[in-house]
Design a protein around this ligand. Structure first.
Ligand code: TXA
Ligand code: MG
Length: 334
């Protein structure tokens, strides 16, 4: 089966190879600061179609357009002034802004929503490629639909063997580990509040000083706001069971772990409590940013260990990133 080539970011010629593949309408897996993206020229329907095919992604799920600047986004959509303000404050970074569509982006990227989500990633290679191509790159998280998001090049190789993906640019483990925060700005047009569709490293509290905004409950969001949120997500092969509450409570719940092959992913403080069950260190409880950086990788590790059941800690939810991690965990647990 066709195996994508994996090349580290500093391999001579890798930038040129990635660029020439993108120019000829092929897909390339690229690192960002959040998770790896499966990228293609966002203006070409034939190129974007390869993303949907390789991922097994439902056609009703739109893709984020990665740009090099607000000016580049402005070529494809009318840009409200609040977007300039937010970009000034948070770009490049893990914030996707949804605005009304204009002309020039391939229809399946927008998936009939009438809107486009733009983000300027904080990653030199990806920004360099967008600049050299002089076009936005459509890129969903680089994982087969439903699987944990890819945060290391090896995850991409695992998911995309046998697809049209030819090149994975390896930038090492991604620094944040959870996908970008998504804000839909379009309700502001009618004097409403912007909608925080998905929380990531940038929190509601950080955004609130800039605009009227509220968090959307996932179910309410449904098909109308962000179709992707209604699909099954992040699932490991084993059954994921979340340990909740304080560390003492999580320790107590661990005593009931049984049945099939169990693998534990635990907060560092209670790693010693797994007894004779195999255990992976998920990071200190009070540091969800460490746990978030590791989480998708550890789910895949547990799978590789043949886990039928994964007993997994939850982490402090006082920060935006803590809530973002918990939301991914909840969805992974189904
Ligand atoms: O950090 C990230 O956002 C990563 C990196 C690669 O940039 N990308 C990512 O893409 O997480 P994806 O496709 O896995 O998640 C994007 C989410 C989906 O739930 C999709 O439905 C929503 O964004 N989305 C994208 N464009 C949209 C639009 N025009 N209207 C509503 N929702 C949109
Ligand atoms: Mg995804």
């Amino acid at each position: 089966m066709a195996q994508p080539i994996l090349r580290t970011i500093d391999t001579p010629g890798v930038f040129e190879d990635a660029l020439s593949l993108l120019r000829s309408g092929e897909i390339v897996a690229l690192p960002t600061e959040t998770v790896y993206g499966l990228a293609a020229d966002a203006t070409r329907e034939d190129a974007v179609a390869k993303i949907f095919l390789a991922k097994g992604r439902p056609q009703d799920n739109p893709l984020i357009c990665h740009v090099q600047s607000v000016a580049m986004a402005a070529r494809y959509a009318p840009i409200p002034s609040i977007m300039h303000t937010l970009a000034e404050a948070f770009w490049p970074g893990p914030l996707t802004l949804i605005v009304r569509e204009g002309e020039g982006i391939a229809p399946s990227v927008r998936a009939g929503t009438g809107k486009i989500g733009f983000r300027m990633p904080r990653h030199e290679t990806m920004l360099g490629l967008i600049g050299a191509l002089d076009k936005p790159l459509a890129a969903p998280s680089a994982n087969r639909s439903g699987r944990p998001s890819g945060t290391r090049a090896s995850h991409i190789a695992e998911d995309f063997t046998g697809t049209s993906l030819r090149l994975i640019v390896d930038g090492g483990p991604t620094s944040l580990g959870v996908e970008s925060t998504i804000v839909d700005l379009t309700p502001l047009e009618e004097g409403g509040e912007a909608l925080l569709v998905r929380e990531g490293a940038i929190s509601l509290e950080e955004l609130a000083p800039f605009l009227p905004i509220r968090l959307v409950e996932t179910l309410e969001a449904g098909m109308t706001i962000s179709p992707g949120l209604t699909h099954k997500h992040y699932a490991p092969k084993g059954r994921l069971v979340l340990l909740e509450g304080t560390l003492a409570e999580q320790k107590a719940q661990l005593r009931f772990a049984k049945g099939g092959k169990v693998v534990c992913i635990l907060a560092s403080e209670i790693v010693g409590e797994a007894g004779n069950m195999p255990v992976l260190d998920g990071g200190p409880w009070a540091h969800p940013e460490v746990a978030a950086q590791r989480f998708f990788h550890l789910l895949r590790e547990a799978d590789a260990m043949g886990a039928e059941q994964i007993y997994c800690s939850t982490w402090s939810k006082t920060s935006g990133l803590g809530r973002a991690l918990f939301e991914r965990q909840r969805r992974a647990a189904g």
